[in-house]
Design a protein around this ligand. Structure first.
Ligand code: ATP
Ligand code: MG
Length: 424
């Protein structure tokens, strides 16, 4: 029978890969804890309307990337393609917004039906931050600083922060008219997708991945020129705050995000090492989303970073050595029925004492078991043979300093000795 395969774009993380993921997740958790940001976990499955209303029906995400289906109760369900809409829904549903500003983070799998390639999958993972109820331009800078420092904490260098202001709703209405007017005159030079967006969602054209369209856009009117004085002033204050934090940024007047809810600050953190999938982290301000989803008027800012792309960069920065799984402290070798009977509880007692213990179940010759002990990188081996079993002792071997004499100890004495020697 043919063995079954995972679905296209759905990726297994094998044991050799999980240590780097765990390290990044631990770094992220530490950064969030220090900044007083609490974790929120929401369901992977939501009503489809949440994303249609939240992200916008004319976006790629809602238009062609969602995993949507009818459940057995005929409800329209969607596997979450991003986290913000769910976090906002949960905050509204549980009345969090009446309890003051919410500083929240989330992490986990997201689902988008895209063409899989390096750094682009159908199930991928994000870590994200949302500040709900904060309007101050400094909160935009703080959100960005947390992302920036987290990425630096993971060991990444050579990142670029690209920044833009999408202005207010009115600014965008004004800009949209100018952009559409300009592009209408050059309609024949646009790719078919962008021609369609000219009607459905013209600002999305700025995000086109088509090179010819991108070249044409270099000459197009910019949002920056359409910003009202208040919007411009707000943007300047964000930039000032970033400068005070000594976070370098480049202004990118063509930067728009893939989701419709953004206004004012929009940013991306990119790396030249990621090829076409250059963006590790993207986010911005979304002051209208909470209301759009039925909540009270609530200013908000947030971001999401792509774990797969972050892992690619972390691996490139680290080299393979630091990615090895941690070695056990103690490897338990035994042979013969009586010895094997003692080895099982010894391993458990070792773990209770705080040691990382691996137990050899092979019953193979001692030489073979020792070889495995060496290969796994354990510091010590506890050896129980028939003679030791009869005597009620264990032989402790130092696998790093092989010349050191072995010790014959009772199980208690062995664990006490390892604890005192600092192994546990
Ligand atoms: P892109 O332009 O690369 O498609 P996006 O604008 O759709 O990104 P966001 O919705 O802002 O991405 O998500 C934030 C981050 O999540 C991205 O910067 C990226 O690192 C990651 N990401 C998005 N889609 C995928 C995917 N299909 N596979 C892996 N990572 C992804
Ligand atoms: Mg995308």
């Amino acid at each position: 029978m043919e063995p079954l395969q995972s679905l296209r774009g759905m990726v297994d993380l094998l044991p050799e890969q999980t240590p780097v993921w765990q390290r990044i997740e631990a770094t992220a958790r530490q950064h969030f804890r220090r900044a007083g940001i609490a974790e929120i976990r929401t369901p992977l499955l939501e009503v489809t309307e949440l994303f249609a209303r939240g992200i916008g029906v004319a976006t790629d995400v809602v238009g062609k990337e969602m995993y949507s289906f009818l459940d057995r109760g005929e409800r329209h369900c969607t596997l979450r393609p991003e986290g913000t809409a769910s976090v906002v829904r949960a905050a509204i549903q549980h009345g969090l917004l009446s309890q003051g500003a919410q500083r929240l983070w989330y992490g986990g799998p997201m689902f988008r039906y895209e063409r899989p390639q390096a750094g682009r999958q159908r199930q991928f993972h994000q870590i994200g931050l949302e500040f709900l109820g904060l309007a101050d331009p400094r909160s935009d800078a703080e959100a960005i600083a947390i992302a920036w420092d987290l990425l630096a904490g993971v060991g990444l260098a050579g990142l670029t922060l690209e920044l833009n202001s999408l202005g207010s709703h009115d600014d965008r209405v004004r800009f949209r008219a100018a952009l559409v007017g300009w592009l209408e005159e050059r309609r024949d030079q646009l790719d078919p997708d962008s021609q369609q967006r000219l009607v459905s969602n013209p600002l999305r054209i700025l995000d086109s991945k088509n090179p010819a369209t991108q070249a044409l856009l270099a000459e197009a009117p910019t949002l920056a020129a359409a910003l009202a004085p208040e919007s411009r002033e707000r943007f300047e204050r964000v930039q000032e705050a970033l400068s005070r934090l000594e976070i370098p940024f480049v202004l990118n007047p063509r930067l728009v995000r893939g989701l419709d809810y953004y206004g004012h600050t929009a940013f991306e953190i990119t790396s030249s090492q990621l090829g076409a999938q250059a963006t590790v982290c993207g986010g911005g301000r979304y002051d209208t989303l909470v209301q759009q989803l039925g909540g009270p008027v609530t200013p908000a800012v947030g971001w999401a970073l792509g774990m797969e792309r972050l892992v690619l960069l972390a691996q490139a920065a680290d080299g393979p050595a630091s990615q090895a799984a941690p070695a056990p402290d103690l490897y338990v070798v035994s042979r013969g029925a009586a010895a094997e009977a003692l080895a099982l509880p010894l391993a458990r007692r070792g773990r209770r004492a705080g040691l990382a213990v691996e137990l050899d179940f092979s019953g193979a010759a001692f030489g073979k078991q020792f070889k495995r002990a060496d290969r796994c990188g354990a510091r010590w081996a506890a050896v129980i043979g028939e003679a030791e079993a009869a005597e009620g002792v264990v032989v402790l071997k130092d696998l790093r300093a092989k010349a050191t004499a072995d010790r014959r100890l009772t199980a208690e004495a062995l664990l006490a000795w390892l604890r005192e020697s600092g192994s546990a």
